[in-house]
Design a protein around this ligand. Structure first.
Ligand code: B12
Ligand code: SF4
Length: 435
């Protein structure tokens, strides 16, 4: 086998902001697999960096034979395009390949967004990239990813020397209060919310995870290597439908005296139905939850496939906070089919739960998702030229997007500003908890 020098780069999702808030786990997982296959790997997170200068320095230093880039919607897509254009200009013969969620959303390899890219990988990249590097000739176009047969072989990798830069001090982690790191320990989800890209992600939608024993070992290694004592799981689905892993993971933490603090994503339906699980998670060291509330209105929640609640949402949230969790949520206004009365129900929920912090979400119709493929926006997209369609990859996905609510614009903007005012106040209170 030829030993390649592979430069893997996450072009970044911020031009500004804290560039080391989230490790580039996609690139790090790929890097672990390539290293295991005998390749030399350099990983770069270009979040907030000067793309051209950083790429030039890495090219001079590493002399890569292949460059792999992660592609994501919005600022991520703009930075991805700038990175490809720069690489093509400075070294037209260097093969550039791409993967990441934007490939699932725009899988046509002929689309202008992929100009200058030799191969596109959809879904999990580890096996597919290792096989592609070994193939002669190397296939071009769209390559389907393969799930790693056992995600434990990838685990939560700690090989990257720069990982310690991503540990933030305890004051940044309300209610956790220890130096912490965002980690990714699973792929896919057991739910199918209708606005979510996971509905478009082939073959990645199936829930797969690093097993509890392996996760336990890997977190200890991360603690040794980086000093982190808090871990916030960015997995969309840490609490899955079967709950086998989360319960096994908690049992292991409790058995060793719960040495770490944790946060994870959760759904309102989890909080509603499984208070026993939440209590166990608290004993295991979980202190913070990020909850996909999205809307308080039952009709909207039904349209989003968010699941029905047995108790009123305010009661569900307050009960979880009374168990000792801080909660930050994602909350939207202007969902498809949503009227002003339903949006007001959501504002009323926020007012009824003063301890709730949240990020305001402005609905964006992501192509290839069930909600994104209905209505006037999808019809408009169907009429676009390839170049126009490709340019939609650069559209902001959430709070800065153009607005896709079906409410009359002035009414929507008034509701949105009401949501924003509450968001600012609640986030300020949330971060003050850590001080
Ligand atoms: C953590 C996270 C964040 C973190 C940042 C993480 C980071 N370092 O960038 C934060 C919270 C900041 C964030 C922000 C945003 N995010 Co985000 N985020 C995630 C989340 C939950 C986990 C990402 C992760 O670490 N996954 C684990 C790793 C292992 O998987 P991976 O990155 O997908 O990598 C694998 C494959 O994709 C592939 N691959 C990846 N790169 C490459 C490169 C090559 C060469 C190859 C071959 C393969 C390959 O192989 C990898 C290993 O199998 C995902 C959802 C998810 N489950 O993936 C959403 C997700 C990536 N985010 C998304 C979006 C849209 C955003 C925002 C735009 C949302 C917003 N609010 O505006 C912003 C970006 C801001 C911007 N202006 O661009 C979307 C992307 C949709 C799309 N089609 O592009 C996702 C998929 C969520 C969703 N359900 O919609 N995000
Ligand atoms: S719970 Fe999150 S990741 Fe899962 S389908 Fe819903 S929005 Fe997508």
């Amino acid at each position: 086998m030829d030993r390649e020098r592979v430069l893997l780069a996450h072009p970044g999702i911020h031009d500004d902001g804290n560039p080391v808030a989230f490790p580039p786990w996609g690139v790090l997982c790929l890097g672990a697999a390539l290293r295991a296959a005998g390749h030399e790997v350099r990983a770069l997170d270009l979040n907030g960096a000067d793309l051209a200068a950083s790429l030039d320095a890495a090219l001079a230093d590493t002399r890569p034979t292949v460059v792999g880039l992660t592609a994501k919607q919005g600022v991520g897509a703009r930075r991805f395009r700038a990175a490809v254009d720069h690489l093509t200009a400075v070294d037209p013969d260097l093969p550039v390949v791409a993967g990441g969620p934007l490939v699932s959303t725009f899988p046509d390899p002929e689309a202008p967004i992929w100009r200058g890219v030799s191969a596109l990988f959809r879904g999990d990249g580890e096996q597919a990239l290792v096989s592609w590097l070994a193939a002669r000739p190397r296939p071009a176009g769209l390559i389907e990813g393969h799930e790693p047969p056992d995600l434990d072989e990838v685990g939560v990798p700690s090989w990257w020397p720069e990982l310690s830069d991503y540990v933030s001090p305890g004051r940044y982690w309300p209610n956790m209060g220890v130096p912490g790191l965002h980690v990714a320990s699973a792929r896919g989800c057991t739910r199918r919310c209708t606005f979510c890209y996971l509905n478009a992600q082939y073959p990645g939608a199936r829930f797969r995870y690093v097993s509890a024993p392996k996760l336990h070992v890997d977190l200890h290694t991360l603690n040794d290597v980086t000093g982190a004592r808090g871990f916030y799981f960015v997995d969309d689905c840490f609490i899955d439908a079967r709950q086998v892993r989360v319960r096994d993971f908690c049992a292991r933490q409790i058995a060793e005296g719960s040495p770490f603090r944790f946060g994870c994503d959760a759904q309102l339906t989890d909080l509603d139905r499984y208070p026993d699980l939440l209590a166990t998670m608290h004993r295991a060291g979980f202190r913070a939850l990020y909850v996909g509330v999205e809307s308080a209105a039952a009709a909207t929640r039904g349209r989003l496939a968010k699941g029905s609640l047995r108790r009123p949402p305010a009661e569900v949230l307050n009960r979880a906070m009374d168990l000792g969790f801080v909660i930050r949520a994602s909350i939207g206004i202007g969902w498809p089919g949503e009227g002003a009365a339903q949006a007001r129900e959501t504002l009323a929920l926020i007012d009824a739960v003063p301890r709730l912090a949240f990020d305001a979400y402005r609905y964006y119709p992501l192509p290839r998702t069930p909600l994104g493929e209905r209505g006037a926006v999808a019809a408009g997209r169907a009429r676009m030229s390839a170049a126009e369609l490709s340019a939609t990859a650069f559209q902001d996905y959430s709070d800065h997007n153009d607005g896709y609510s079906e409410l009359p614009r002035p009414e929507y903007e008034a509701l949105w500003s009401e949501l924003r005012v509450r968001e600012d106040a609640r986030l300020a209170a949330y971060f003050a908890l850590g001080q």
